[in-house]
Unconditional design. Structure first.
Length: 234
């Protein structure tokens, strides 16, 4: 196997040529993971020139789907899309040009980022940042819901997780995604709150206001994310 690394305007392309032996597959996955950890604009793995991937090699390479990639981290794209048909969770493209275009589409989306103080001022600062950027981001009628979700998710991270706490909001024409990263790997727990409790309803509100939400492992911590769908204009 011959592995070549190129920098294409901030996007790292790993090009593989020749036969990929079974024992080399794990090293290829490790190389992609290390590149993603450097937080480039994105990583593209080009297998177009790889010869005769055996079934066992393909099985080993399906672990690419487990890489902590995709928003809010740097996107990872595999090409061609027929290279690993058994790894549907991997973002794919038909060729290198299309893969680079997919990465740049993600990078070019409207977003705001903030490192949140790990103290009682953090939630208010996060909410103020999103509110001040609402027009630039084009949040429109979702601005109040997004600000509330940001406040609740950041509050949960500050109270129950270790620093650093980072907020990122990404906006497209169809959705708004809020992500909060923290330094604790344990998953948040949704607990029923008493009627007279002052807190404990944060993730319940997130569940109520969003189309879906979840947690992505991001060692040494995690990323909690939530997605709101935008109303289609009539």
């Amino acid at each position: 196997m011959l592995l070549r690394q190129e920098d294409c305007d901030g996007v790292v392309v790993l090009s593989v040529s020749g036969r990929v032996e079974v024992g080399e597959a794990d090293g290829l996955v490790t190389a992609a993971a290390r590149l993603l950890d450097t937080q480039p604009q994105g990583v593209v793995l080009d297998l177009a020139a790889a010869d005769g991937l055996s079934h066992e090699t393909r099985c080993r390479l399906t672990s690419l789907a487990d890489l902590p990639a995709g928003w809010p981290r740097a996107p990872f794209v595999l090409c061609p899309e027929t290279a690993l048909p058994d790894a549907p969770a991997v973002m794919t493209a038909p060729d290198r040009g299309a893969a680079l275009a997919r990465v740049r589409d993600r990078v070019g989306r409207r977003r705001t980022r903030l490192v949140v103080p790990h103290d009682e001022t953090g939630p208010a600062q996060a909410r103020a940042a999103v509110t001040s950027d609402a027009v630039v981001l084009g949040l429109d009628d979702l601005s109040d819901d997004v600000a509330l979700i940001v406040s609740e998710m950041v509050t949960n991270a500050v109270r129950h997780a270790e620093p650093p706490v980072r907020l990122e909001v990404e906006v497209t024409d169809t959705e708004v995604v809020v992500a909060v990263c923290d330094g604790t790997p344990s998953l948040p727990v949704i607990r029923a709150a008493d009627d007279d409790a002052e807190g404990g309803r944060g993730m319940l509100l997130v569940d109520l206001l969003t189309a879906d939400h979840g947690v992505r492992s991001q060692p040494p911590g995690k990323t909690v994310w939530a997605r709101l769908l935008r109303r289609r204009s009539s």
